[in-house]
Design a protein around this ligand. Structure first.
Ligand code: SAH
Length: 338
């Protein structure tokens, strides 16, 4: 039985047509769930008794469970338990431009990036759309405010769970659903090339971020196994295609790892790779974790790297840091509690 929060509105319309009811019922149900936040079918007035019974038979209305909340300045980290006992985390951030949430897309991750804590637990399974949608709903309930921005940058590789992510985006972007604007949604990938082409076709208004982290194949192969499946040339071609067809700017994330990818030569090579591309680079000071040996690049070196990109005409920012005290920062999310 599918969970109701996994169903995009057009699918729900088909359902109602198939049971000989009216198409508009789907919008009514959406408004109960996502606008009025009424989750118990019995409390949905204006819906006939028979339809209520049918809905209860055909859909699961259950929720993932909020287990733990940790707070730091302008950030909260949430641990959720899924119905099968697995755990995931999400992070809420208060910015000057609004409130954003970083959602997880899988339990564990198979991408095996050498520097990332989230991938130390291999992928257990994909999250279904409802398990991602409900991260937003439950956090909005907790903070009693609406979330304005969503980034799919928590645990997991979203393009290794494409269909569920697609439904998730449809539901949260739907004006009758959670109604978060496409331009306020960002999906981040380590570079699963065929899905970048699909994404350009399916979601031309949603932002794309690429975890790049190295300016050449040799280095990228050492820290990101995905690079052996799709090399930098293939990756850059897919990104150029995305930019050309969507007319949108791409974000490149580049973690600064001391003595690995942070030299001046690396900065020059990166500038060359991205020259004349409609993009910007987000330099991420690496968050060290106990279990992994990489070190964070020193501040002066990050600034030197930044200057070289700037001089070469690349748009670049240094990521504002959030949440490292509660292990809520990039790469620190885990799928278990040990
Ligand atoms: N799998 C997707 C989504 C995860 S996004 C992707 O790779 O883009 C999480 C981001 O945090 C990625 O850019 C990842 O490379 C980065 N990251 C991983 N470990 C980190 C760490 N310890 N410090 C800073 N950033 C890290």
């Amino acid at each position: 039985m599918k969970n109701i929060f996994s169903i995009p509105r057009n699918e729900l319309e088909e359902y109602f047509i198939n049971i000989n009811d009216k198409k508009f019922r789907a919008t009514q149900i959406y408004e109960f769930l996502y606008k009025k936040r009424i989750y118990n079918v019995n409390d949905m007035n204006n819906i006939g008794k028979n339809i209520k019974e049918k809905l209860k038979q055909d859909f699961d209305f259950s929720f993932i469970k909020l287990k733990l909340k940790q707070e730091d300045v302008n950030v909260k980290k949430y641990l959720f338990e899924l119905s099968d006992g697995n755990y995931i985390e999400s992070v809420l951030m208060y910015h000057d431009y609004g409130i954003s949430i970083c959602v997880s897309s899988q339990v564990g991750c198979n991408m095996g990036c050498a520097f990332c804590e989230s991938g130390r637990l291999k992928k257990v399974r994909n999250l279904e759309a409802y398990e991602i949608v409900q991260q937003i709903i439950l956090i909005e309930e907790d903070i009693k405010a609406r979330i304005s921005h969503v980034v799919v940058m928590g645990i997991g590789e979203p393009f290794d769970n494409y269909d569920n992510i697609m439904n998730f985006i449809r539901i949260i972007n739907d004006p009758k659903g959670i109604d978060i604007g496409a331009r306020h949604i960002t999906v981040s990938t380590c570079g699963i090339v065929p899905k970048i082409y699909e994404f350009a076709k399916d979601f031309s208004q949603v932002n794309l971020a690429i975890s790049l982290h190295a300016p050449n194949d040799k280095l990228r192969n050492q820290i990101m196994p995905i690079s052996k499946a799709y090399n930098l040339n293939e990756l850059m071609n897919s990104i150029k295609h995305y930019i050309k067809t969507t007319n949108r700017r791409v974000t490149f994330e580049y973690i600064m790892l001391e003595n690995i990818n942070d030299s001046e030569d690396n900065a020059k090579e990166l500038s060359k790779l991205l020259k004349n591309l409609n993009c910007y680079v987000n330099l991420i000071p690496y968050n060290e974790t106990e279990n992994i040996g990489f070190k964070r690049t020193k501040k002066v070196q990050i600034l030197a790297f930044y200057d070289i990109l700037k001089k070469n005409g690349i748009n670049v920012t240094i990521r504002k840091e959030f949440g490292s005290k509660v292990d809520a920062a990039c790469g620190q999310l885990r799928a278990n509690q040990n």
